[in-house]
Design a protein around this ligand. Sequence first.
Ligand code: HEM
Length: 466
Amino acid sequence: MDIAVAALLAAVLGWLGVRWLLARSRNEPPCISGWIPWVGAALQFGKAPLEFIEQARLQYGPVFTVYMLGKRYTFVTEEEGCQVFCTSKDADFEQAVQQSVEHAVSVPAEIFYKNRFKLYMMLKGRLSTSNLHLLVGSICAEFQENMRDLGAEGAESLYDTVRQIMFPAVANIMFGKNIFLETENNLKELQEHFQNYDDDFEYATQMPGYFMKKWSKSKKWLLKVFEDVVAYADRTNPPDGDSKTVLQHVLDTLTAKRFGANYGLLLLWAAQANAIPVSFWTLAFILSHPSVYKNVMQEVESVLGKAGKEKVEVSNEDLKKLQFIKWCILESARLRAPGAITKKVMKPIKLHNFVIPAGDILMLSPYWIHRNPKCFPEPEIFKPDRWKETNLEKNAFLDGFVAFGGGSHQCPGRWFAIMEIQVLIALFLYKYECTLMDPLPKESPLHLTGTQQPEGPCRIQYKRRA
Ligand code: HEM
């Protein structure tokens, strides 16, 4: 062996040995650090992150660290870890996500820290259960308008069908009816650029823009559109709170108006990126379980009546009665939950016999937490009835359910999301008789961020009910 190679090997082994001894002496969780300095275990992890987490959990136990690209990510995969993640004052959400937000929409750190909490509280209030009655009627009308474009029958990708119904409707609700058209923007082009942006969002938020050419181009295009949209929303901003759009509330709350377009894009992404896949999975699960489909149809008919009406109105009262659909949504969100949500450890945190050091990124995997049989018996089975146990009237989820995050950082749009998906499912199944043309796809093992994506195609055949 060449002397230089031997020296390099000795240096790498020495470096790994020192890291291992230091970690042991400080009682840190076991660390998977790979053989390549700085890169660490990134290559193995990146091949299939969800599978990597499960293998590591089986090998090293419920708390372990993965060293990748110069950073330490400590995963907590059981109830106690979940509790610590959601409630510890020493784990910070803003510090963990700031850089991703900067990459995603070019909001600098200072502006982000100054505005995040205020915007969070505003959205939480505006989209709370007590305000949703203001939005149900318009979301119902928007969905029906978009369903008209599907025609009397067809065979399409279920994901594309859901997107075609949901994307323009939610854009109109959040930003103002036809605001993109008013500002002479093409909705189809907007949808295409948003799709590019959303498809690569997970990687692009971790890497410099020049590695992600197509994504960066779409981001630039979207930000430009939002300049117009924000200027229009500002000009037409009404004085009365209840008639403002969500974007107008964002603009009123922001301390730095020049970042209005950046926050507009962030809102568009947050409102669509999870709600579309959860709607897709809910329909796919319902249609691939005949007894569930039958129950859903009985519920839909008992609330909306026999099929055949061209225009239906779904009220807030109706939504309370469409309870089984709500259970199907939550059960689908449980089974296809985000691979990980993150916080940054600010002061050492004790968990089991370990000390997780300051500076680590704390990772909680809703996807794997939801597969804990202690919280969810027969976890792999789609069982909407398990949600009978919850008091949804009191806005409680099942213990261990973290598809919307946990603790004080839970998604502020969660009740709005559940409401819109409930309306979409009820209307779509009221209007169309549907059959899945492919088996229920598996989730792709490639994604950590957000609701899981389907691995293969899933087409649907639909025919308008007489
Ligand atoms: C089924 C659909 C949805 C799912 C599964 C979902 C899930 C999540 C999750 C997991 C988080 C991170 C929580 C954490 O890290 O603890 C989050 C944050 C957020 N979500 Fe959602 N979300 C959904 C729909 C929506 C909608 C419709 C909106 C807006 C209209 C929205 C707005 C936000 C915002 C603004 C944040 C950041 C909150 C913060 O600054 O702390 N989400 N969501």
